[in-house]
Each structure stands twice: as structure tokens, then as C-alpha cells.
Design a protein around this ligand. Structure first.
Ligand code: SF4
Length: 561
């Protein structure tokens, strides 16, 4: 899942600590403090002609005249507002990532991200994505860790037809990337789980319908990520989103949400903080719009690598953030609210679980999110043959299949295994995720999907007879960005080149250890630590993980995670 180039083309200044107000320092590009004069190249083109405008040119010019007709700021900027990134040219060594110009790194094909708000899909929609993958994307399809499905090898000539097909079944790529409100993460078991406090599906639909594609929120300082869950499993990685709603039972006000803001990983990882407020369901959209508008008006725009909401929250603190939100962006103040209790069960939903209506949902995992067009088509057929037309993507690169009659569960699990989707996966197949990596991503330094899959297969053999009493997560990234959330894994691997001992370099990883989000086994989230000097080559991942697991099991205290 490639990120935008982290630094704007015109940015030459060294990063300095951001300031809440201009004071004696230079302006940070906060519209309400400094005015709207753009302070870098990205802000110039975003103001001159917003990202959403490029669709008309794709449909009428670029798709007819081909890749070479695409204007530079459209190609490397505005296309993202419609889910399109140029993909990496095959065969370019990771050592050249930092030295080549974007046009030297890219192919004349695109990655296309289909946004799936709340992760909710029908088999009709799944079939359309599978057909698009097969006809236009060389069968590529990856489940991302933000509930999207990402296709590759897309030609600009085919994009209008792809949009037509997606939109005919209620899917879109609008604002799937870019400085905009991205896909809204939603509990994959919304509306079906017996322990659910509140079904957030209608709230997600409401926000999406009202604000996605809305010009007034289409030029934010940076991406803006949202997560909403009504599940006590807290299954939407709420600690690392810009805004998150976690269901809570208020002793006087009933069921509503605890609000978190300002989370984000990548180069300056920071966990979100609670504002200590209670959001009743009827105020969810208003508060979402308020926080997004606050970010638009007060977010830092001078340096792109200091522009996420987390930097503003770090400077303001939650009290000031809440006060500005209430005073300037909401109709009335928010009541104080309690924190949600720790998660009650695993939030990846893998395995077989009973629904409120007596049918079952089955959480399944491919290897590190990789599926394919044919897999998606086979899955649609399998589900329909078993009486289901609904499924969900998850923030853990998995799928949850809904509405399965009890008598079909076991035979369906066997059939799913045959298409590469495991309902009873091994420890590491379940808990390993990997980003896009060098196969397609222009920012990548090393390969990820195959290295991670090979390691999982090897660990399945080596650790088959060992009883590991709890999940151990392994997250693999192809560069210093954090698309695969390395700082929130027990074992996080950050791609870099390592000396091979003979004067050359080999693909490898810097190791982070001990991170994790809140879970049924870990009360609070914490970021993993870089273990200084601890690096592992791509070929040695399985050796390293085996060693660390065996050491952990030998030395751990009874309740130690
Ligand atoms: Fe994200 Fe991975 Fe690409 Fe780095 S290599 S930008 S972590 S997808």
C-alpha cells in the first residue's frame, strides 16, 4: 500500500519542531493562523486545481491519448484523489529507490485502490472486483490492512471502464488516496456479532455519502484516517487513526462512543489519545465533520512530513484540541465520557463464530493479504453456493464471510482451503502481514510479500509441534514508512539494505520488538522499540523469528506477553 512521497518536491528546508501558533517562528501553513498562502509545491497545485478535478481529464483526455499525455502534477499528485498511483517498474534495485527520479522508477501502469468503507462487500461487488482484476489487472489483488482491495497493472486507457463497472455496483475509488478523508475502517462483524454494543454501519454510510468527494474537505494538509467500531473486540486498530470511535456504555447516557484522535505511524509514530468525551450516535457525523474541518483549518501545511493531525495534537494536547473543536466546530459542547474497557477477544475474527441470527461467520486468511482475481471469483461462487451474499474485509488483511448455515460450515472450510483461504491457520499465517513492497511500490527498498510468505511456510514446519500460548505478530515493511504497522507488532521488520560481508548489499530489515495494539491479552497499546544494531536479512527471517520465539517461551514469566 504505497504512501504519497513523504516529502514534497519543493521541500528543501530541514524539518523543525511544529508550533501551534506562529509566535516567533516561521509560519506552519495553518490556514486559520497563517493564512492560506501555499508554502510548498504540493500546496500550490492543490490550491490551483484540486485533486478531484482530474477525473474529467482521465475520462476525456488521458484515457484516449495514453500514459504519456498525463501532465506531471496530475500523474504524481491528483490521480491519487481517485485511488491511482503509478507502480514501480519491475527489476529496479532497492538501492536505486532514493537516487532515481519518480519517472525513472515508475512503469506506465497504475495501482488502483478500491475503497470499501466499513469493509462491507456483497458477492456481486466481489465478483466485479475479481473480473476487473482478471480483465485489466493481470489477476492481481491484495487485501490491504485498511480494508481496501488493491489492484495492479492498470492501464490509463481502462480506467473509465473500471470506474463504470465499480460504480454500477456501489463501489468507488474516490479519495482512496491523497490528502483527503480515506476509507473509513469499520468493524468487520458490524450487525452480526452477538456481543456487539452498537452497529456502526449506518453511521459509516452517512459520513461516506455526505463527505466523500465533498470539495470542502478535498484539500486537507495530509491524509485523514477514520475508524469506527461497535465491537468490544475493538477490531479497527483505533489507536493509529486520525479519528476513531470506540463503542462504550455510558452509565447515564447509554451506548455511544469514546473519541480518540491523532494516531499515526510512519516516521514519527504516535498513538491516538482520548479526548475524554462521549459521542452519542446522533452526533457521530457532526463530530467527524468538526474534527476533519479542524484539521483542514489548523493542520500544518508547511512540511508534508509534519502535516498529519498527530503533530497538531502533540503541540496542543487533548484539552486544547477538545476546546477548539467544541468552540469553533461543533453546535454544542460534548459531555465527558468513560474509556471503553480493554478488548474482550481477538479482533481479527479468524475462525468460526455464531451470529445473532444463529448462522455463522467465518474469518479466513490468505498469506499476507495476497489474493487474486480468480480467487475472488471462486470465493463469490462458493459463498453463493452456501447461501451467503455478504462478506467483509478486515484491517488485518483478512476476510470475514457472513451468514453461513451451520450445516455448511465444515464443508465450506475445506473448499476455502483449496482456494488459499484458511479458517484455521497456523500461528504465523494468522498474525503476519506485509506491505506491498518492491514488487509494485516506488518507495520500497526490499521485497516483502514473498519474503514474509516464505518465512511463514518455514515457521509452520519448524514450530508445528510447539505450543505457543498466545499470538505473536510479525509485520513486514518494505521501507521506513509503516504501511504494515511495524511499530504495533511483536516483531516488526523495516526494510533496508544490509552489507553482505563482501562489499555488496542484500535485502534485509531493521528489527522492532515489543509493539502491540490493545487486545484481549494486552490492556494498552504500545509502540515497539528499535533494537539497535539488530538487523536480519530477508533470507534469515524464519531463523530469527524461530530463535526469538523459542527464547521467549523459555524465559517468559507466567503471564508475560
Ligand atoms: Fe508503504 Fe511498503 Fe511502499 Fe514502504 S514499501 S511505502 S511501507 S507499501
Amino acid at each position: 500500500m504505497p504512501k504519497e512521497d513523504p516529502v514534497s518536491p519543493n521541500q528543501t528546508e530541514a524539518a523543525t519542531p511544529a508550533r501551534p501558533h506562529r509566535q516567533a517562528g516561521r509560519p506552519n501553513g495553518q490556514w486559520k493562523v497563517d493564512g492560506t498562502a501555499p508554502l510548498n509545491g504540493n500546496e500550490v497545485w492543490k490550491q490551483e486545481d484540486g485533486g478531484l478535478s482530474v477525473r474529467e481529464r482521465v475520462e476525456n483526455i488521458y484515457s484516449k491519448q495514453g500514459f504519456d499525455s498525463i501532465e506531471g502534477t496530475d500523474l504524481h499528485g491528483r490521480m491519487r484523489w481517485w485511488g491511482l498511483y503509478t507502480q514501480r517498474k519491475p527489476g529496479i534495485d532497492g538501492g536505486k529507490t532514493a537516487t532515481l527520479e519518480p519517472h525513472e522508477l515508475e512503469d506506465k501502469y497504475f495501482m488502483l485502490r478500491v475503497r470499501i468503507d466499513g469493509g462491507q462487500l456483497t458477492t456481486t461487488q466481489l465478483r466485479v472486483i475479481g473480473e476487473i482484476s482478471h480483465e485489466f489487472g493481470r489477476d492481481s489483488a491484495d487485501l490491504t490492512d485498511r480494508q481496501n482491495i488493491q489492484l495492479h497493472w492498470i492501464r490509463i486507457e481502462d480506467v473509465p471502464e473500471i470506474w463504470t463497472r465499480l460504480e454500477a455496483v456501489g463501489l468507488q475509488t474516490t479519495e482512496a488516496c491523497g490528502d483527503v478523508p480515506r476509507v473509513i475502517l469499520g468493524s468487520p462483524v458490524a450487525g452480526i456479532a452477538a456481543d456487539e454494543l452498537i452497529d456502526p454501519s449506518g453511521l459509516i454510510t452517512d459520513i461516506t455519502a455526505r463527505y466523500i468527494g465533498d470539495e470542502s474537505l478535498a484539500n486537507l494538509p495530509r491524509k485523514f484516517k477514520t475508524a469506527i467500531t461497535g465491537s468490544p473486540s475493538q477490531d479497527v486498530v483505533h489507536e493509529i487513526n486520525d479519528i476513531s470511535y470506540v463503542a462504550v456504555d455510558h452509565p447515564e447516557l447509554g451506548i455511544g462512543f469514546d473519541l480518540w484522535v491523532g494516531g499515526g505511524l510512519s516516521t514519527a509514530p504516535r498513538l491516538a489519545e482520548r479526548l475524554g468525551v462521549f459521542i452519542s450516535p446522533d452526533r457521530v457525523a457532526e463530530v467527524w465533520h468538526g474534527v476533519a474541518s479542524l484539521f483542514r483549518d489548523y493542520g500544518y501545511r508547511r512540511l508534508r512530513n509534519k502535516a498529519r493531525l498527530k503533530f497538531l495534537l502533540a503541540d496542543w494536547g487533548p484539552e486544547k484540541f477538545r476546546k477548539v473543536l467544541e468552540d469553533e466546530f461543533l453546535e454544542s459542547p460534548l459531555p465527558d465520557g468513560p474509556a471503553a474497557p480493554p478488548p474482550t477477544r481477538p479482533g481479527d475474527h479468524v475462525g468460526v463464530h455464531k451470529q445473532t441470527d444463529g448462522r455463522y461467520y467465518i474469518g479466513v486468511t490468505p498469506f499476507v493479504g495476497r489474493v487474486s482475481g480468480p480467487t475472488l471469483l471462486s470465493l463469490a461462487a462458493l459463498l453463493e453456493a452456501n447461501g451467503s451474499t455478504r462478506l467483509r474485509t478486515t484491517p488485518h488483511q483478512k476476510l470475514v464471510l457472513l451468514d453461513i448455515p451451520e450445516e455448511n460450515v465444515e464443508s465450506l472450510i475445506v473448499a476455502l482451503d483449496e482456494i488459499g483461504l484458511a479458517a484455521r491457520p497456523s500461528l504465523f499465517r494468522r498474525s503476519t502481514i506485509a506491505c506491498t513492497g518492491i514488487e509494485y511500490c516506488k518507495l520500497a527498498i526490499v521485497e516483502t510479500k514473498k519474503s514474509a510468505t516464505d518465512a511463514v511456510l518455514e515457521l509452520e514446519k519448524r514450530l508445528a509441534s510447539i505450543d505457543v500460548p498466545q499470538p505473536i505478530s510479525l509485520h513486514v515493511n518494505g521501507c521506513p514508512n509503516s504501511c504494515a504497522r511495524i511499530q504495533t507488532a511483536d516483531i516488526g521488520l523495516k526494510g533496508q539494505l544490509l552489507p553482505d560481508g563482501n562489499g555488496g548489499q542484500v535485502p534485509g530489515f531493521q528489527v522492532h520488538l515489543g509493539g502491540g495494539l490493545a487486545s484481549h491479552e494486552r490492556e494498552e497499546a504500545g509502540l515497539g522499540r528499535t533494537v539497535r544494531g539488530l538487523k536480519v536479512t530477508a533470507d534469515d527471517i524464519a531463523d530469527y523469528v524461530e530463535r526469538i520465539v523459542l527464547r521467549f517461551l523459555a524465559d517468559r514469566g507466567e503471564t508475560e506477553t
